[in-house]
Write a protein that binds this ligand. Structure first.
Ligand SMILES: NC(=O)c1ccc[n+]([C@@H]2O[C@H](COP(=O)([O-])OP(=O)(O)OC[C@H]3O[C@@H](n4cnc5c(N)ncnc54)[C@H](O)[C@@H]3O)[C@@H](O)[C@H]2O)c1
Length: 280
């Protein structure tokens, strides 16, 4: 889903956009809920899962954008598996801070697809505010979306999913590394990482797995400011051992693994997809 041309993808610091080829034969026919699915990683996850035969209920604050993404994915032709099965996207309006909205997503999955196997708590916000200046309102709104949103999603998933189901939360390299001006965000993603462990321990009783993905700099709308500011890009890439931004499709590879049977003994883990930047 990258909008970069081939030429743009060649230079240092640019993303690459080679499709992830992995195919897991157990996935076709399953159904997922993905929050924040209108754009960025959520849209890449949606497109990648549908191409592998998984039906998706996509929830987003921006319903028009969610519908446009659903239309584009549903009209798409990319199909990865040899058996040529594609899934379908059903778009729904959602504010992840609203617990009832999550229940509507679960009901939509059951009504449209008759099952619910995967839940991806992807929606997030990335506010700016220096540590001395963060307002209570900023902290509240960040935790409401990034942390409460994950908790509501996981609680809803736990109510409806059968043993074998998998939940994936979006944490960040910012859970373990300080980003100037992003104190509220870093705290929220550290909370997601720890919450993932708590959920994994308790939902293991129900046969559910809960993991997180911790991306570094991924080329989406959220990080457009980095790509558009040469100084910011240079500074960002100084902290990436692989010397480039990641593409949403590269994070999708991690999601695919965590949802698949190949990860059936993996729970409570945060999988870094960051070009190594958590070490710098
Ligand atoms: N892009 C990165 O470099 C990066 C790095 C680490 C972690 N992450 C995390 O990955 C996730 C996806 O990030 P992205 O880069 O694709 O972001 P993005 O800003 O491109 O997309 C986020 C999507 O979430 C939706 N959204 C925002 N608030 C919502 C709410 N209250 N309810 C429902 N939907 C809402 C937006 O409308 C949008 O479609 C986020 O949790 C983000 O914090 C991103």
């Amino acid at each position: 889903m990258s909008t970069l041309s081939n030429d743009e993808q060649q230079g240092p610091g640019r993303v690459i956009d080679r499709a992830i080829a992995a195919y897991y034969p157990e996935l076709p026919g399953k159904a997922a809920v993905i929050t924040g699915a209108a754009r960025g990683m959520g849209a890449a996850y949606t497109e990648g899962l549908v191409a592998r035969g998984v039906d998706v209920v996509g929830g987003d604050l921006d319903l028009d954008a969610m519908k446009a993404t659903a239309d584009a994915v549903n009209a798409g032709t990319r199909t990865v598996p040899a058996d040529g099965v594609r899934g379908r996207v059903h778009p729904v309006a959602l504010d992840v801070g609203d617990a009832d909205g999550h229940e509507e997503l679960a009901q939509a999955a059951l009504a449209e697809f008759g099952r619910l196997d995967f839940w991806v708590n992807n929606a997030g916000v990335f506010p700016y505010g220096l540590a001395e200046e963060i307002t209570p309102e900023q902290i509240d709104s960040t935790l409401r979306v990034n942390v409460q949103g994950v908790l509501h999603g996981a609680q809803t998933a736990a109510r409806h999913m059968e043993p074998g189901g998998a939940i994936v939360n979006m944490s960040s390299v910012s859970a373990v590394r300080v980003r100037r001006g992003r104190g509220a965000y870093c705290a929220s993603k550290a909370a997601v990482a720890h919450l993932t462990e708590s959920l994994a321990v308790e939902l293991g009783d129900k046969g559910l797995r809960v993991n997180a993905i911790a991306p570094g700099y991924i080329d989406t709308e959220m990080t457009r400011w980095v790509r558009e500011d040469p100084a910011a890009l240079e500074h960002a890439l100084d902290s990436v051992p692989l010397h480039r931004l990641g593409a949403p499709e590269e994070v999708f590879g991690a999601l695919l693994f965590l949802l698949s049977d190949s990860a059936r003994y993996v729970t409570g883990h945060s999988l870094a997809v960051d070009g190594g930047s958590r070490h710098v």
